[in-house]
Each structure stands twice: as C-alpha cells, then as structure tokens.
Write a protein that binds this ligand. Structure first.
Ligand code: ZN
Length: 191
C-alpha cells in the first residue's frame, strides 16, 4: 500500500478489527513511521477516553435538547395524531362523538337535499339562469347516490330514501350512544 492511512482506517486498527482489509493496513503501519506515530497517538487518546469517569446527563437533558430540535413529521402522521387527539378516550364519550358526527352528516345531507329542492323551485321561478346550478347540485347528489348503489342511476325516490335511512341511522346511533353513556359510568375505568 503506497498511501498513508485514512482516519477511519486508523479507527479500524484501534478497534482491533480483524477483517480482510486490515492486513495491508497493518503492513503499511509497520513500514511507515508517520502512520505508526499517528496510530500510537490515536490509541493513547482512546485509552484516555476509556479512563474518563462515566457521568450521567442531568435530568431532563434529553428533553431540553429535543425541545430545540425540529423533528420532521410527515403530514399524514401529523394529521393522524391530530385526529387521535380529537377522539375521546372513554367508550361512552367515543360513542357520543360518533353519534354526533353521524347526526351532523345527516343534517348536512338533509340540508343539501333542501338546497337542491330550493334550487329546483328557484329555477322554476327564475327561469333558465339557475338551470345549470340546479343541474350541478342534482348531478352531485345523484352521483353520490350512484356510488352507494354501485353504478346504478338513482331516481329522486331513492335519493330521498337514502337521506331517510341516514337520518334513522343517526337517531338510532345517538340513542344507543346516550343509553351507553348513561349505563357506562361504572365501567369507565375499563375504557
Ligand atoms: Zn503512512
């Protein structure tokens, strides 16, 4: 070998590595006073470091360091954590929250139906100017219903039925949630 050792090669020798690349390094150290001296210095430093007393860091040292470190968090992890913080811990509260969400969804879909109906009425009164709005709203609702029905084009009755079913589900869910919330306080520690 006709060059001096690199720092990491000196580390290899100090660590006593016995790999297959170590033999030429050792051979070079034997015939090169520079590298030999450097290896001796490094070995002495390693020995001194070994002899240093082992100190444990101050309490909360890691916390203080990490408070200054910007940890990269992918957006989906952040979103999941934010959602997880929103979900209540106890079972009754979870059921209530789910029922509340379902009720909200029902209110929104009923409001959508109402708006579609209003748009219908306005279109009748106002003429063709609103036709496109009405068609868009109708198409949106219809395509949502079509998704649910698996590609089948629904008529107005089916759409109304879907909204009714969602409403009944929400009422049943809210009732069950309330019942569990009333019945559950004794078991809260399990949830
Ligand atoms: Zn050398």
């Amino acid at each position: 070998m006709n060059r001096h050792l690199l720092p990491e090669e000196i580390d290899l020798l100090i660590d006593g590595e016995a790999g297959f690349g170590v033999a030429p390094l050792k051979a070079h150290v034997k015939e090169c006073p520079d590298c030999s001296a450097e290896l001796e210095t490094a070995r002495a430093v390693a020995l001194e470091l070994d002899l240093l007393p082992h100190l444990s860091p101050a309490p909360l040292f890691a916390d203080r360091v990490m408070s200054q470190v910007q940890v990269f968090e992918p957006w989906h992890v952040a979103a999941r954590d934010a959602l997880a913080r929103l979900v209540p811990q106890s079972t009754p509260a979870r059921v209530l929250a789910a029922a509340g969400g379902l009720s909200l969804a029902t209110v929104v879909s009923l409001a959508t139906l109402w708006i579609v109906a209003r748009v219908d009425l306005l279109a009748l009164l106002g003429g063709a100017a609103l036709d496109r709005t009405q068609a868009t709203a109708r198409a949106g609702l219809a395509s949502f219903a079509r998704e649910l029905l698996g590609g089948q084009a629904p008529d107005n009755g089916v759409v109304l039925l879907l909204a009714l079913a969602a409403f009944v589900l929400a009422v049943v869910g809210a009732t069950a949630g309330l019942r569990r919330a009333v019945a559950a306080p004794g078991r809260r520690s399990q949830g």
